[in-house]
Design a protein around this ligand. Structure first.
Ligand code: B4P
Length: 193
């Protein structure tokens, strides 16, 4: 199995680039943001709980997202590999993921970290908010809270994987095509021959 984490602050292009990467490398896309929004749409108990955090720009509790990833890994047993998008977002989530993958005799091959300035993040998310219908993209204060959550809780995930030499930093500004090409160059370098 070949497993990647696409990492970066909110609005850095994780969702955008994931769509292309899963096609190019035949990976199963696991995006916790999308999974949570599906739960909200279906108005499940989990979705209603998650919404109360997401609307404030806060991270959803670890146990909820780890449980979701665990069941996804159980569902897609035949996958070639996984592309984790927006997960892990805390060190506790990263440790849980490492254990789950170890139980399947596999691991993370690389963490691709997209780097984008705060001004650009704010601009992109407010732009998306005009058309996406996402309540967490329309309010500047909520977006700022998401960026603060990222700095306080998520940035440390890169340090966790840097210890194992798995983090590759990629410039996340420029055209979507250019960024995709940079990601592919890094992935080719990490892929087993
Ligand atoms: P997510 O759904 O993961 O959303 P995101 O980080 O805001 O967006 P992403 O980074 O994928 O967006 P993209 O850049 O592609 O999370 C939403 C919420 O769910 C979180 O705040 C949290 O509450 C909760 N959550 C999710 N996972 C969790 C976890 N593991 N633990 C706890 N809570 C969790 O797109 C942004 C915009 O930029 C788009 O409009 C796009 O078109 C544009 N764009 C992309 N690339 C561009 C480029 N190169 N140039 C110009 N614009 C670009």
């Amino acid at each position: 199995m070949f497993n990647l984490i696409l990492f970066g602050p909110p609005g850095s292009g994780k969702g955008t680039q994931s769509e292309r990467l899963i096609d190019r490398y035949n990976l199963r896309h696991l995006a916790t943001g999308n999974l949570l929004r599906e739960e909200i749409m279906r108005q499940t108990k989990l979705g209603l709980e998650a919404k109360s955090y997401m609307d404030k720009g806060q991270l959803v509790p670890d146990a909820v997202v780890i449980g979701m990833i665990n069941s996804a890994l159980e569902t897609y047993v035949d996958a070639n590999g996984f592309l984790f998008d927006g997960f892990p977002r805390t060190v506790a989530q990263a440790e849980a993921l490492d254990k789950l993958l170890e139980g399947k005799n596999t691991e993370i091959a690389a963490v691709l970290a997209l780097e984008v300035s705060e001004e650009e993040l704010m601009q992109r998310l407010l732009n998306r908010g005009k058309t996406s219908g996402r309540s967490d993209d329309t309010n500047e204060d909520v977006i700022r809270s998401r960026i603060i959550e990222y700095l306080n809780k998520t940035a440390a995930v890169a340090e966790h994987y840097a210890k194992a030499g798995k983090v590759v930093r990629v410039k996340g500004e420029g055209s979507i095509d250019q960024i995709f090409q940079s990601l592919c160059v890094e992935i080719e370098d990490k892929k087993p021959v």
